[in-house]
Design a binder for this molecule. Sequence first.
Ligand SMILES: Nc1nc2c(ncn2[C@@H]2O[C@H](COP(=O)(O)OP(=O)(O)OP(=O)(O)O)[C@@H](O)[C@H]2O)c(=O)[nH]1
Ligand SMILES: [Mg+2]
Length: 366
Amino acid sequence: MEKNVFAPEKALLVGVELPQDQEFPLAASMEELTRLTKTANAKVVGSLSQKRPRPDQKYFIGSGKVTELKSLIASTGANLLIFDVDLSPAQTRNLEEALETKVIDRTELILDIFAQHARSREGKLQVELAQAEFQITRLTGHGVSMSRLGGGIGTRGPGESKLEYDRRRIRDKISELKKGIAKLRAERSLRREKRKKSQLPLAALVGYTNSGKSTLLNALTNADVLAEDKLFATLDTTVKRLEISPQKTILLTDTVGFIQKLPHQLIAAFRATLEEVTEADLLLHIVDISAPNWPQQINAVFQVLDELNASSKPIITVFNKIDCLSEALPDEALASYEPFVKVSALTENGLDNLVKLLARRLVPLS
Ligand SMILES: Nc1nc2c(ncn2[C@@H]2O[C@H](COP(=O)(O)OP(=O)(O)OP(=O)(O)O)[C@@H](O)[C@H]2O)c(=O)[nH]1
Ligand SMILES: [Mg+2]
């Protein structure tokens, strides 16, 4: 997305519910898309959604909805359409041609947020890799999407078609980025080896984005990690020491948050950062209990953990933001999440119980 600090882009959000989307209902997904859009500094000027038995090949949505969108664009002055689904390159192109407006999908939006929030060199390289991997899937030979890559006169190689040239250029870039990441990864693994020698057990904070991981790390260890009401505020790992008893110190690490339909390019690109999760002795799974769809968020987190082969690690579920609940949450309602604690990282209520539970669970592991 181009950015203009003076005029935020005006976005129309488009959601589609397919029969397989029962797990994460359309309303919750659209609410999340609204938050993602705001995090990316665009303004939501309207939305439209549709239930379909299957995607339309040409536009993903039906042609009647395309007409509806046209008039919505006219009445709202929208200059950006954000689809809550993964569009094929052809669908993006067809929609852009029919609506004469820029079209992006959920994956592109998340990549954009990651690009804006990446701070460390490793984080930036990883986002660039994910973007390059995304671009290469968009090169289809029809020319339209390539204009985004700045092709044209002067970019052609001799004896090569424009498409071949573009592909090669991106592949070269991908292999450069991978080399850079591999180097940093080697340094990271060296640091990890050192850490292992220190024999301190490692606990990793994992959870849905915005659940309060960084706030909890700050509250427990006086770290000063940026915590804010934005999705994907944290992209880098921070490791801190935490004394869980007079005799026992552990290491606690913050990580990037997860989300439903997390683009697989991102999981692949962030594998190095996420190694902290796969290397951890124990996971603290932070759940925002004030989110109406927290059980679905838990499932989404487990899907990503599965993809990282980390779902069988010992896990403590930390139900966070209990200060937001109007009535107390009975333990019985949470029994299937044992072992768990209920805390507020903000008011620090319950953190003593969390530390005690950590001590009980970690001692046998170390
Ligand atoms: N009311 C309340 N708000 C909280 C609590 N813990 C965190 N928050 C707020 O929730 C928002 C997100 O907190 P973060 O700590 O940045 O969440 P995160 O899980 O690190 O998020 P990402 O790094 O973006 O994935 C911030 O506005 C916090 O102030 C809590 O216990 N109670
Ligand atoms: Mg964070």
